[in-house]
Write a protein of this length. Sequence first.
Length: 667
Amino acid sequence: MVHGTLGELQGGEIVMKTQESIEKVVQIQHPLEPLTAEEISKAVSILKEQKNLSNSVRFAQVVLQEPLKETVLSYQEGDFIAREAFVILLDNKTEQTYEAAVSITEEKIILWDHIPGVQPGFMLDEFEECEQVVKNNPEYQEALLKRGVTDPDLVMIDPWSAGYFDIEEDEGKRVARALAWVRKSSNDNGYAYPLTGLIAVVDLNKMEVMRIEDYAVKPLPPLDGNYTPETSDSIELRKDLKPLEIVQSEGPSFEVDGHHIRWQKWDFRFSFTPREGLVLHTVGYKDKGKIRPILYRASLAEMVVPYGEASDMHNRQNAFDAGEYGMGQLANSLTLGCDCLGEIRYFDATMTDSKGNIKTIPNAICLHEEDYGIAWKHTDWRTEEVEVRRSRRLVISFFATVANYDYGFFWSFYQDGTMEMEVKLTGMLNTGALDEGEKSKYGTMVAPQLNAPFHQHFFNFRLDTNLDGINNSVVEINTVPETKGPHNPYNNAFHIETKTLKKELEAQRSMDLASQRTWKIVNPNSLNAVGQPVGYKIMPGENCFPFAYDDSSLIKRAEFIKNHLHVTKFDREELYASGKYPNQHKGGDGLTKYAQANRNIENEDIVVWYTMGHHHITRTEDWPVMPTAYINFQLKPVGFFDRNPALDLPRPTPKTCHSKIESLCKH
Ligand code: CU
């Protein structure tokens, strides 16, 4: 970061004066460009100065206050761009949360609101401080000794969100429940040795241990869970892998301008927030000589991992990984050749630590192209003429580590107009220790005396649609068998029944395999060549239902996981499936609350929310590190284009065999 003071700031142009008085001009090219490091620092210092903030105030997030949709959609190059930051602050001393909006352009605070009774999500600094406070606590050290742990430095403390369980002592406090594991040496995999039965409950405002819950002393499982050749003698690396190189001798086919990406006929912007991670904006596809809009904004609106274990140790484990932990702030720095192959363009993610200092995650976002097999093919068997086209996709992604688990979020764009979100789940299982001979009803023994509780991972994606314009509808499509009778002489006929979802409360829908139920987003005002409203279908992949009861804390706080689809009327304040402040929230917020208004959603500016769930009955193969599980959904054009939009793909060039092994080239 450049040290210096900000000088003139007019329109979208920041003139920055460095210590050497060199003026650097940062041109903001679009109202949705994320805040630069300089702008974030400016917003923080405006708040610190004008509100005279003390050291006890933490910055939970500083992000671009996105301009109104109308402003963005009508923006023309050269228009004045007002730059604003949206900030959430937590005062540890007064234990109060504030929201602020700062005009960076005008150097003033335009909103300052006290938000009573809420807890912002965890901040990274809190994790580190919490771990230290627990380890330094004498009562905790005693509990460790009871378990034969003499060196607290080898203990791993994972602060888990407390959820809401009506515990009087926790009421109004900022609480973390610290679960613990122990390493046998500094590079050991501690998740092999859970300190089951021991939970330190920490007040994060006072940064002190409130109480220690000690349910049982369990023996440490006998085997290590090491997974690298350096730490495990049992891993002999296979030696038969030949290099696989991705070569793009002329470079990639995409163009990048700030956070604006053009690739083939796709055109979109992206940003990155500490809570949501990667966000897509103004996604469109070039067709009929113009860019036809598809999505205004697409983001991870929440993620919930409910555990299905009944024991005191695990029965309150429900991690809201976006709203409580901040998927974006937990992003990894990616490495070329390891995380991503080929011609890669990386982007940094810029945010703050809780003190408001700039924190940059280098190479947090990866952009690259991938070969994706066959786009389309036909062989004319009479003439033996073959037409085949290769498919390529553009992938923009990031990976985040949430304590034991690792999640990759991959948006892909295909040449046939399809979009896809794929989540990759890997990393470490959450574990507990078992007594010798003990079995858990609610988990799998993945190694001797090591239990991995059953759980689920729910992801909700908020899709602010913009199919050929902001007024859209959602149509549910069910396939039904034709009735029996003379009109169906061989009882084979089937047809579809379509129903437009008109109100928010009727737009809480679930998948149904029996009717091949799908949902299509349509624009009733824009018709295709055969007179149908243009549309994009949500193509679900793997999915599941929750198993917690309706009166459970989990369902009250994350009711959205009961349905795979929600549709709401657009409101720029409604961004999160379980509400803005899910941390320690009792429930009833988010989609539950948004839909209460039961607004009209037919031919309106609507938002489509898709929930997908990975049902994780743990396996021995998931240990000691989990092979990646993939879960996805697609947005597929259905009547959006008049015909296959990938007809214009050029023929691939036939290659001669390059193999050095002659026998492989022979037919
Ligand atoms: Cu899992």
